[in-house]
Design a protein around this ligand. Structure first.
Ligand SMILES: Cc1ncc(COP(=O)(O)O)c(C=O)c1O
Length: 475
């Protein structure tokens, strides 16, 4: 398998960040003696050095910093990356905490008991937010992860293990793989989890006028090999819309089906509780056994932090939890990786105590205002909107397409390229299985996408469309 290197990727000539700001240089003087590499300016000029994979000689820390700092200015400015759900702004105070905790390995609770305690506090906050029935914090079954993908992998493993146990106890056919029912708009991590852990995905396709899971079609697919149904309250990666978890729950009860639901609330898990607190999608619904959420999306922490929670320890199979003591204290481990940084767990707790319920609600209200303004502005320019009402029916993203009735001489992909030339990253893509002919663009509204920035974006969309209209057909 050949790995793709950064240098393999095309570097578009855009107005990306150019400034070199040596004022931000921070030098680590924390080691001394024989381990310290003596300061020695390299005689080779920095650009030539970067073309060598592993240089023979060393350079000074200042030179290494400046060299990399300059190289990295070729990346997009995160604030202008409207493709990502990932947080691109945090306050300097929390950035300081992140830096301070970089040397702490999260796996070592004996050395870092305060950090381990902070993870438990975060889990307790999330358990309350998602209406976990237990009131005793010691009974909370959950873990911090690198992101929702890892949380989903763990949830899939747990569902599979529980299904195998149910099969072993029953008289049904024991051969074959389990299946998981999910909408075709599922994020790629579900495909990965299914392939890595030998699970079949039973897709409920979307259609011309429905871009989320159809609850009836999903429950109709249940058979004896079904280990669970996944509902996406993220909302979906394509249009941001919430799926109807409550309807799936009701149908399972009405039909007497003992099938667990996992809710993928990667983004929505930090939106719905503050915007539509009465919307029932979490542990209030009896069939919901596990939930994942990304702290690094609307949890307002830089990538990577995610969370996995189970309704109770009964849904977290004991054979998946490893007990070890070689770090000096007995501990239980249920994550895919062993070592991991502590900074993001600490940063998540910072956001919880810094913002509280009022802060999360306020930030979301502002983001939703911007996303609704953008929706209206794009409609004014003649685009069709595919996302639902931001906040109440979906997360604050705007999915839009060119109106086919206007017979444009360019398509959504050309518009995405044109916007990139102006510094904006706005992905163009095809809808999922069932409606693949539909092309769309997506803007994820985040905390640092202010109203002023939104106005600038709207002007750039208008300018890009005008420019493309003057050109020959690029369909
Ligand atoms: C619905 C959904 N699920 C899962 C993921 C994966 O999350 P992460 O990037 O935190 O691994 C994403 C990422 O965008 C998503 O949108």
């Amino acid at each position: 398998m050949s790995l793709k290197l950064y240098s393999d990727y095309p570097r578009p000539a855009t107005n990306r960040s150019k400034e070199l700001d040596p004022g931000n240089v921070r030098f680590n003087h924390g080691i001394s003696g024989s381990q310290e590499v003596p300061a020695k300016p390299s005689s080779v000029s920095p650009p030539a050095l970067l073309s060598k994979p592993f240089p023979e000689d060393y350079m000074s820390s200042k030179q290494a910093y400046e060299l990399l700092h300059r190289e990295l200015t070729q990346d997009s400015k995160p604030q202008f990356n409207l493709a990502t759900f990932g947080t691109t702004y945090m306050e300097p105070e929390v950035e300081k905490l992140i830096t301070e905790s970089l040397p702490k390995n999260f796996i070592d609770p004996r050395a870092y008991p305060a950090t381990a305690n902070i993870e438990r506090k975060c889990l307790q906050i999330l358990a309350n937010m998602y209406h976990l029935p237990t009131k005793d914090p010691r009974d909370i079954a959950g873990a911090s992860t690198i992101g929702s993908s890892e949380a989903i992998m763990m949830a899939v493993l747990a569902m599979k293990s529980n299904w195998i146990k149910r099969q072993e106890a029953s008289s049904s056919d024991k051969s074959g793989r389990p299946n998981l029912i999910i909408s075709s708009v599922a994020q790629v991590c579900w495909k990965k989890a299914a392939r890595y852990f030998d699970v079949d995905l039973q897709y409920v396709p979307c259609s011309e006028d429905r871009y989320v899971l159809d609850p009836v079609k999903a429950v109709d697919l249940v058979n004896e090999r079904t280990m669970g149904i996944c509902c996406i309250l993220s909302g979906t990666t394509y249009t941001g819309e919430y799926e109807d978890v409550k309807k799936v729950n009701t149908l399972l009860i009405q039909r007497g089906l003992d099938i667990p639901i996992h809710v993928d609330s990667a983004s929505g898990g930090f939106v719905a509780p503050f915007v539509v607190p009465d919307c029932e999608w979490d542990f209030r619904l009896e069939k919901v056994v596990s939930i994942n959420v990304s702290g690094h999306k609307y949890g307002h922490v830089y990538p990577g932090i995610g969370w996995a929670l189970w309704r109770s320890v009964d849904y977290l199979p004991k054979d998946l939890v490893f007990h070890l003591s070689y770090l000096g204290t007995p501990q239980a481990s249920f994550t895919l990786n062993f070592s991991r940084g502590s900074s993001h767990v600490i940063a998540q707790y910072y956001q919880f105590i810094r913002l509280g319920n009022a802060g999360y609600t306020h930030i979301l209200t502002e983001i939703i205002k911007v996303s609704r303004h953008l929706t209206a502005a794009l409609q004014d320019q003649g685009f069709l909107i595919l996302s639902r009402k931001s906040g109440t029916q979906g997360i604050p993203l705007v999915a839009f397409q060119l109106d086919p009735a206007r017979k444009h001489n360019f398509n959504e992909f050309a518009l995405s390229d044109e916007l990139e030339k102006r510094g904006w990253l706005v992905p163009a893509y095809h809808m999922a299985e069932g409606a693949r002919h539909i092309k769309l663009l997506r803007v994820v509204c985040r905390r640092d996408f202010s109203m002023a920035l939104c106005e600038r974006f709207v002007r750039d969309v208008r300018g890009s469309v005008r420019k493309l209209e003057r050109r020959k057909s690029v369909n």
